[in-house]
Design a binder for this molecule. Structure first.
Ligand code: NAI
Ligand code: OAA
Length: 368
């Protein structure tokens, strides 16, 4: 991604050109027509669409949903984003109109329906994917597989075709299986780069920090708990022994309470929402925190380390969540787990069994 060197000059030229070519005489691709139709002022929209501010191009796939909408709002506020594409199979015109009125730099364009998927994807640096159905009480994340696997496959086929070098942040559940699905689709297309595919487990870290801070009576901003493994029940493995900011210890009762609460944080929200969905607002917050880390990595910032579910050699499993260092090419380094205590080692063994089955299920979905 090269920021335009003379963006101010480009804007002026584009504005002048928009005045010289009245809007009603111009022909544009569908997404620009939509932006125009949304009343953002054609002259300005046209000039900004040519690359107003320097920054990265980000698309949200599933942008009209419970996660997608607050995520779109928060990404519109991110100064690293110059262009924000909002794609969904429904309702993106309204969401785009709404978000596009925010007086922040990113240019917003909406895309609706599969026939606009390729336009939504072309030229993107980062894709954030919360497309798919959420849980209702009594369901596991794996119960979402039958619907969400197909959605993720379709979107990844588009990515392989239109923006194979983009970084992918995959949120759609079951993440333990959807990331292997995405990898298989990219392999099939010959575009797979494991350093650019990241399953988003940030919400587990956000929850761990929050719950640990509550127990310790600390400000959560100063707590940093690594959470490894995967993103479902017992595969979510908080490494409380490595909570180093500040260094502290927990009683066995506290460890049991915290581990259980972190592993079942998603279910806690699903039950509280009583049939209207799962975590959306905290997930949007976590997704933005993670996407921002990816963008800072792409920009070349040093020392960007977050947990994510990625292709891995940290264990014998082909995918595993652990700390990764992010850089200009996506993942630049995957860190080993570090010293685990006996409680964590036992948890790891249980997590690996369930993870192995979920990974295999994802791989088989594409291979068979
Ligand atoms: N990784 C994580 O930590 C978390 C993951 N999730 C998962 O995120 C997903 C989305 O959750 P919500 O936003 O609450 O659901 P939602 O139902 O509110 O929104 C999903 C959106 O995806 C769209 N969609 C469906 N098929 C699509 C397709 N083929 N292409 C593009 N968009 C499509 C829908 O139209 C809808 O707007 C769920 O699978 C949920 O389980 C939720 C919370 C945390
Ligand atoms: O629990 C769910 O279904 C949504 C999710 O992944 C989470 O909140 O961690």
């Amino acid at each position: 991604m090269q920021p335009p060197p003379n963006s101010i000059a480009n804007q002026r030229i584009s504005t002048i050109s928009a005045h010289l070519n009245p809007p009603h005489l111009q022909v544009h691709p569908p997404h620009l027509q939509m932006e125009e139709g949304l009343g953002s002022g054609f002259g300005r929209a046209n000039c900004r669409a040519k690359g107003g501010s320097p920054g990265f191009k980000v698309a949200i796939l599933g942008a009209s949903g419970g996660i997608g909408q607050p995520l779109a709002m928060l990404m519109k506020m991110n100064p690293l984003v110059s262009v924000l594409h909002l794609y969904d199979v429904v309702n993106t015109p309204g969401v785009t109109a709404d978000i596009s009125h925010m007086d922040t730099a990113a240019v917003v364009r909406g895309f609706v329906g599969q026939q606009q998927l390729e336009d939504a994807l072309t030229g993107m640096d980062l894709l954030i994917i919360p497309a798919g159905v959420p849980r209702k009480p009594g369901m596991t994340r794996d119960d979402l597989f039958n619907i969400n696997a197909g959605i993720v496959r379709t979107l990844c086929e588009g990515i392989a075709k239109c923006c194979p070098k983009a970084i992918v942040n995959l949120i759609s559940n079951p993440v333990n299986s959807t990331v292997p699905i995405a990898a298989e689709v990219f392999k099939k297309a010959g575009t797979y780069d494991p350093n650019r595919l990241l399953g988003v487990t940030m919400l587990d870290v956000v929850r761990a920090n929050t719950f640990v801070a509550e127990v310790l009576g600390l400000d959560p901003r100063y707590v940093d708990v690594p959470v490894v493994g995967g993103h479902a029940g017992i595969t979510i493995l908080p490494l409380l022994s490595q909570q180093v900011k500040p260094s502290c210890s927990f009683t066995p009762k506290e460890v049991d309470y915290l581990t259980d609460r972190i592993q079942n944080g998603g279910t806690e929200v699903v039950e509280a929402k009583a049939g209207s969905g799962s975590a959306t607002l905290s997930m949007a917050y976590a997704a933005v925190k993670f996407a921002d880390a990816c963008l800072r990595g792409l920009r070349g910032d040093a020392g960007i380390v977050e947990c994510a579910y990625v292709a891995s050699q940290v264990t014998e499993l082909p995918f595993f969540a652990s700390k990764v260092r992010l850089g200009r090419n996506g993942i630049e380094e995957i860190y080993p787990l570090g010293p685990l205590n006996e409680y964590e080692r036992a948890g790891l063994e249980k997590a690996k069994k369930e993870l192995a089955a979920s990974i295999q299920k994802g791989i088989s979905f594409i291979k068979n």
